[in-house]
Design a protein around this ligand. Structure first.
Ligand SMILES: [Zn+2]
Length: 433
């Protein structure tokens, strides 16, 4: 497959469409309720050319860097019908490779396609009763539910089958994955995205405050660090979130960035299990949820991992305790992790891995400068305040830091830890009611 029109040498019509697409993409990509890190992708079809987001790029940067790859639409479709991979076969001169979700964009007939990992959509998309729950919320829209399929050719085929039966479909809820909306142009697609988001919006639960004394103790005797954003602590302090976390993996980005098993441990186990390993002896998870106390972060956590963790917290805080959830099964998780490249972590994204706190800060500063605030991104089409979100939180300011505490508090925390240590006998995955 070849690059059909080098960027910079495109007809005026393409330039105009691309201008709109870049603006739209930057707005959508700057809203963490829609996109986290490099996930999500957009495209436009102009004169038989499919312009699609490149693998690993952050939509938030769409107006600042080149990230759209032009492909002959007919050729892409030919590859799809031959069941040949698209992304691996293509490399443009400037090193951009089309997103692994390119096939999905190609099989949709609409000119503009927006695919996002919307927090609200995912919250519905992980429910076994999702299709029933959405009947009323999405009534009047041309929508369909696509059961979970891995990103790439398999997902594209499922979508192709679904839209063949109902060609007017312009909203797709992707089971255990996210949302797709389509339109004739960028304006209509974005308007529809806002409407769907409005209908899918869920207010997050309140959650107990973190136990900073226990967490400070852990920070003192290990290299786990505090997040500045208290909302992350919900994974440790909120009983419903802990229950959800224990259930396993709900969507691909969660497994890709946070691991196939969610680390939810007692304070004593956190100290004994990871205190040494964080010194570089072993691979530790990017975060740990400490039973009833809060969340601590690995100092080597990357920006992508952090964005994914924030997204996971937002999903769990919106998921009702009574909801029956569909978790990804072992085969699905193994399959997506073994491929090493899919919709939320494609080759270029792997370079995002930060190796040190200094790297994280540097990445954060870049993101903060360009991506805007966490809960009220410039592209946000929903009123974050009405959803119970914290308007002061910033995706890129969730920095880790050492946490100080008074000697008296430490003595108290030490005693609590000792009692927990004997109570749990350092057992991993201790049961909780
Ligand atoms: Zn996706």
């Amino acid at each position: 497959m070849k690059n059909s029109a080098p960027p910079g040498l495109v007809p005026a019509q393409h330039g105009r469409e691309m201008l709109f697409l870049r603006d739209l993409s930057a707005r959508v990509g700057s809203d963490p309720m829609l996109v986290q890190a490099s996930n999500g992708n957009t495209s436009v079809k102009v004169d038989g050319i499919l312009w699609v987001k490149a693998s690993g790029k952050w939509l938030a940067h769409a107006t600042q860097e080149e990230m759209f790859v032009p492909l002959e639409l007919a050729e892409v479709k030919e590859f799809i019908h031959k069941n040949a991979g698209i992304a691996p076969r293509f490399a443009s001169k400037n090193g951009l490779r089309p997103s692994i979700e390119t096939a999905m964009h190609a099989v949709l007939r609409h000119r503009v396609v927006i695919h996002v990992h919307s927090i609200n959509a995912i919250t519905w998309a992980i429910r076994l009763d999702g299709p029933d729950q959405l009947k009323e919320r999405l009534a009047g829209l041309n929508w369909q539910w696509i059961p979970y399929a891995p990103s790439g050719m398999q997902l594209a085929r499922e979508i192709e089958k679904a839209v063949a039966k109902a060609p007017g479909t312009d909203v797709l809820i992707l089971g255990n994955h996210g949302l797709v909306v389509c339109g004739y142009d960028c304006h209509t697609a974005e308007k529809l995205l806002c409407e769907v988001e409005r209908r899918l919006a869920i207010t997050p639960r309140r959650f107990p405050k973190p136990d900073t004394t226990v967490l400070a103790m852990i920070a003192r005797f290990s290299r786990w660090q505090f997040p500045d954003d208290d909302s992350l602590h919900a994974l440790g302090t909120d009983a419903v979130s802990r229950k959800i976390l224990r259930g396993g993996v709900l969507y691909p980005c969660q497994a890709t960035f946070l691991g196939p098993v969610m680390p939810l441990l007692s304070p004593a186990v956190v100290l004994s299990k990871f205190g040494e390993r964080l010194n570089g002896k072993d691979r530790t998870p990017p975060f740990v949820a400490v039973e009833r106390s809060g969340v601590m972060l690995n100092e080597k956590m990357s920006s992508s991992e952090r964005a994914t963790l924030i997204g996971l917290v937002q999903v769990t805080q919106r998921t009702e305790e009574s909801a029956r959830l569909r978790y990804l099964n072992e085969v699905e998780v193994t399959d997506l992790l073994s491929k090493g490249a899919h919709g939320c972590k494609e080759p270029a994204a792997m370079d995002e891995k930060a190796n040190s706190l200094a790297d994280i800060k540097e990445l954060d500063e870049e993101r903060t400068a360009s991506a805007g605030p966490f809960f009220a991104g410039p592209g946000s089409c929903i009123d974050s305040a009405n959803l119970g979100l914290r308007p002061t939180g910033r995706l890129n300011s969730v920095k880790v830091r050492r946490y100080g505490s008074s000697g008296r508090k430490e003595g108290h925390a030490r005693r609590r830890l000792q009692s927990q240590q004997s109570k749990f006998n350092l057992a991993e995955g201790d049961a909780e009611n």
